[in-house]
Design a protein around this ligand. Structure first.
Ligand code: HEC
Length: 148
């Protein structure tokens, strides 16, 4: 027969509530920090993303996760991204207008990687910008300044 004693469910319900209440702080403590998760994913895209292009990644030119000097395949050396997020927006003579960090990321994807630029406002763009900004963390804002 499939008849339950009515008394069996209640203690189990109480036990369930108590267990959940005890577990909640553990689950809270283990939840990944959303900003750190965005920075980590941005770094992953920086190091491995080809964006459907010629096979290069950001790191092919921007060495050491962007902290080292930039190096082109032809040996040309250019500044690191160590303060990139602190100097945008800035005037780009090439574009003939003021550009943002997102514009620069899209330009490098389209030009250097020959890929499909990630859309402004997309999660991938947010994560790339989060990663690049983490490199500049603690550095003074120097809008329009020189790359280091
Ligand atoms: C083929 C080499 C190459 C690749 C690959 C490349 N870049 Fe660049 N990047 C450059 C060069 C050269 C410059 C500096 C000249 C310029 O402004 O275009 C630059 C400039 C930048 C700057 C501005 C730095 C500053 O302070 O002036 C940022 C930010 C940047 N790149 C991000 C990226 C990201 C993100 C990727 C990957 C999606 C990437 N780049 C891929 C060559 C590259």
């Amino acid at each position: 027969m499939n008849v339950r004693k009515p008394s069996a469910g209640f203690p189990r319900l109480i036990l369930g509530i108590v267990v959940c209440a005890l577990m909640a702080p553990i689950a809270w403590a283990k939840a990944p920090d959303p900003l750190q998760a965005a920075i980590r994913h941005g770094h992953h895209l920086f190091a491995t993303g080809t964006f459907g292009g010629n096979g290069l990644t950001c790191q092919s030119c921007h060495t050491d996760g962007g902290m080292g000097p930039g190096r082109m395949a032809n040996g040309h050396v250019f500044p690191s991204l160590a303060n990139a997020a602190a100097i945008f927006p800035r005037f780009s003579p090439r574009a003939g207008r003021v550009v943002t960090l997102e514009d620069q990321v899209r330009a490098c994807i389209a030009g250097a990687l020959g890929g499909k630029p990630v859309k402004s406002g997309s999660l991938d763009m947010t994560d790339l910008v989060s990663y690049l900004t983490s490199l500049s963390s603690g550095k003074p804002i120097d809008m329009g300044g020189k790359p280091k």
